[in-house]
Design a protein around this ligand. Structure first.
Ligand SMILES: Nc1nc2c(ncn2[C@@H]2O[C@H](COP(=O)(O)OP(=O)(O)OP(=O)(O)O)[C@@H](O)[C@H]2O)c(=O)[nH]1
Ligand SMILES: C[S@@+](CC[C@H](N)C(=O)[O-])C[C@H]1O[C@@H](n2cnc3c(N)ncnc32)[C@H](O)[C@@H]1O
Ligand code: SF4
Ligand code: SF4
Length: 308
């Protein structure tokens, strides 16, 4: 297993806009068992190449020497990788390791994931209606019931707080927010609702389903007992009758980008400075550990807030 022999520096990674990088968002595969109508694929190419456990471990060990202390695993669908638990076990001690999943394959792995070092999990589920679920996820490879079982198993395994990711879609779920709030309430404070603005990756889907996000934000604000602001992206959290609802509103949001502390890693081993930019990636797939330091700094130097 990889370990960085000279991890004794005090250096941190700060880009030219004063944004310190403290977190990596790592796609471990581009494969997915669903085909959601809106998917942005983390802004990645469709490359079939996947980093090995050692490749991922090497990147995280190097970044951790520069004060990166949070890792988010994503995909495609991270749970289609059978070696996800091995990936988790290969990491150095960190403040937080989390993952985002569609939840279909979660039920039977939640406890193993926790034991392997995963701290918490985000589960994407846009509807509580089985037919609507099939429509959004574009097929027959997963069911609503599997995802709900996955949420229960995650709470049971202590992968908490579980975040329930809901992409707001006009005419599909924009009038069902209260239903979702009631659903998370049934988990006694272990589940947070995360309402997400649809980003415009799929042009037609975006134009058909985008919601008036300002109206939703106004409604949350008027009903909130308390509003908290996260340092990451300056995201707002609304507390409504003890339920926690976080709003992810990236489009045209200069505060969101000004407080972006994540560097992305693509499934085929490239450092990606921004979700929305494709022409400035830094390939670390063949890098030695010495070269990795240099390439990490190069990727950080290429970071520019997308909305500014
Ligand atoms: N524009 C933009 N969107 C992001 C970024 N990071 C996450 N998102 C979006 O935020 C939504 C939620 O992402 P998750 O993978 O659940 O993770 P997260 O909420 O960002 O992270 P945690 O709150 O720490 O769990 C998704 O729609 C992501 O596409 C980012 O850096 N830029
Ligand atoms: C690309 S998915 C990868 C992880 C996993 N397959 C899942 O769906 O949770 C990561 C997150 O991005 C969100 N997402 C995908 N396409 C999006 C879009 N066009 N706008 C906003 N969020 C999107 C998903 O809902 C999910 O919460
Ligand atoms: S499950 Fe995730 S990666 Fe797969 S299509 Fe849906 S949003 Fe995209
Ligand atoms: S700069 Fe903005 S759009 Fe780009 S990754 Fe950061 S928050 Fe997302």
């Amino acid at each position: 297993m990889f370990s960085h022999s000279q991890c004794n520096n005090q250096e941190v990674l700060v880009d030219s806009y004063g944004r310190r990088v403290t977190s990596l968002r790592i796609s471990i595969t581009n494969r997915c068992n669903l085909n959601c109508i809106y998917c942005h694929h983390e802004g990645n190419s469709s490359s079939k190449k996947e980093m090995s456990v050692d490749d991922i471990s090497k990147i995280v060990h190097t970044a951790s020497c520069y004060g990166v202390n949070k890792i988010k695993f994503s995909g495609g669908e991270p749970l289609v990788r059978d070696d996800f638990e091995q990936i988790l076990q290969s990491l150095p001690p960190l403040k937080e390791i989390s993952a985002t999943t569609n939840g279909v394959l979660l039920k039977d792995r939640a406890h193993e994931l926790k034991a392997a070092g995963l701290d918490r999990i985000n589960i994407s589920l846009d509807t509580l209606d089985p037919e609507c679920y099939q429509f959004i996820t574009g097929g027959k490879q997963g069911t609503l019931e599997q995802v709900i079982e996955g949420i229960k198993a995650s709470v049971d395994a202590g992968l908490t707080p579980v975040k329930l990711n809901v992409i707001l879609l006009k005419g599909i779920n924009d009038t069902k927010i209260d239903e979702m709030i009631e659903f998370i309430r049934s988990f006694d404070g272990n589940v947070i609702l995360q309402l997400i603005e649809l980003m415009d990756f799929e042009f037609e889907v975006y134009h058909q389903y985008r919601v008036d996000i300002q109206a939703i934000e106004n409604e949350l604000e008027s009903r909130a007992d308390e509003i908290r602001v996260r340092s990451m992206h300056r995201r707002k959290k609304y507390i409504i009758d003890s339920a926690e609802i976080e709003l992810v509103r990236p489009i045209d949001n200069t505060q969101f980008c000004a407080n972006c502390n994540r560097l992305r890693v693509t499934a085929d081993g490239k450092l990606k400075p921004c979700l929305l930019v494709d022409n400035n990636l830094v390939d670390v797939s063949e890098a030695s550990s010495e070269k990795m330091d240099e390439l990490l700094k190069l990727a950080v130097s290429r970071r520019v807030p997308y909305y500014r």
